[in-house]
Ligand binder design. Structure first.
Ligand code: ADE
Length: 237
């Protein structure tokens, strides 16, 4: 059983359309879609935006469906200059950029109780996602379509939509993160304490600066649709 968590409808839409024998359970106002993708069991959900919804949904998914692994899929803002809109990022690890107990002498981003600043993802699942992007790119090249850029690195999550150069540079500088979003590290923390393997894959929808206000609404759907294509190849593999 593979769990897929997205924050927004636009991020799950195309994945949900691939699901067969779909049945839904509603728990705490969140719909958990159970069924199969490419013949494999899956549970897919739109958790809502931000770390609290993401954590709540991850814990419920683990207790109710006991998934073998959880994948967080969606869009992100680029922090690293090399990243362009629609490029794919597979996370090596995730930090919560808004966790700050520094006045008490704790390093920035440290999650007390875990002693982690960055939660590492499951390498095997991340490798499979990376390979699925490669497969998609081979398909695209055959059709004469442009290949998607693919990166691995750290993703930073926080309860803020980042849309200012100064803020973006602060997060990138403090944590060495390549992309930012609002759920991945919360999902990582819940999976970590429950010993559930997890991975995070995001497509870039904006560059987390003053252009994000217009880029995000323009590119979020296109970027999210690419991640759905990757998920299709992941399940096939
Ligand atoms: N998700 C997509 N773009 C984002 C941004 N700029 N900040 C936070 N989350 C995002």
């Amino acid at each position: 059983m593979i769990g897929i968590i997205c924050a927004m409808d636009v991020e799950l839409e195309k994945i949900l359309a691939m699901m067969e024998k779909e049945q839904g359970d509603i728990i705490s106002g969140i719909v958990y879609h159970r069924g199969t993708i490419g013949g494999k069991e899956a549970v897919c959900v739109v958790c809502g935006v931000g770390k609290v919804f993401a954590a709540m949904c991850t814990q419920t998914m683990i207790l109710k469906y006991a998934p073998d692994c959880i994948i967080n899929v969606g869009v992100a803002g680029a922090l690293d200059k090399r990243l362009n809109i629609t490029d794919i990022v597979v996370a090596d690890d995730l930090v919560q950029h808004d966790m700050d107990v520094t006045p008490l002498g704790v390093p920035r981003g440290m999650i007390l109780g875990t002693d982690y600043i960055a939660f590492p993802t499951e390498k095997k699942v991340s490798d499979l996602l990376y390979a699925a992007v490669d497969t998609l790119n081979k398909d695209r090249a055959q059709k004469g379509e442009k290949k998607l850029g693919i990166y691995r690195g750290r993703i930073a999550s926080g309860d803020q939509f980042i849309a200012a150069k100064e803020q973006k540079e602060d997060i990138a500088g403090a944590f060495g993160a390549v992309a930012c979003e609002m759920e991945g590290a919360a999902i990582a923390q819940v999976c970590y304490v429950n010993h559930i393997p997890y991975a995070v894959m995001r497509a870039i929808s904006d560059t987390a600066d003053e252009s994000s206000e217009t880029d995000f609404p323009e590119f979020a759907k296109e970027a999210a649709d690419y991640t759905a294509e990757v998920i299709r190849h992941f399940f096939e593999a």
